[in-house]
Write a protein that binds this ligand. Sequence first.
Ligand SMILES: [Zn+2]
Length: 82
Amino acid sequence: MVQKHSLKAVFDDDLEGLLQSLGLLGDFKSQRIRCAFCGDVILWENLYSVFPDSGSVKVSCSKPSCVKALAERLAPPALQDV
Ligand SMILES: [Zn+2]
């Protein structure tokens, strides 16, 4: 249990630093960041991934449908044609 807690803490610290470096931390803490796929407000509890999209940065939640949508977004079938 102690190990799990410390891992979660490191995870959160890394994400906070990442959000800050991207200029998203203020909006995140104000609950103004929404999932790129379903539009839900992103909180620490449901934050799944931060990813680049068309020159901007998007955030996705941890819903199974959004995890799947993210996987498809990051590995578009069109790449197979290159
Ligand atoms: Zn979502």
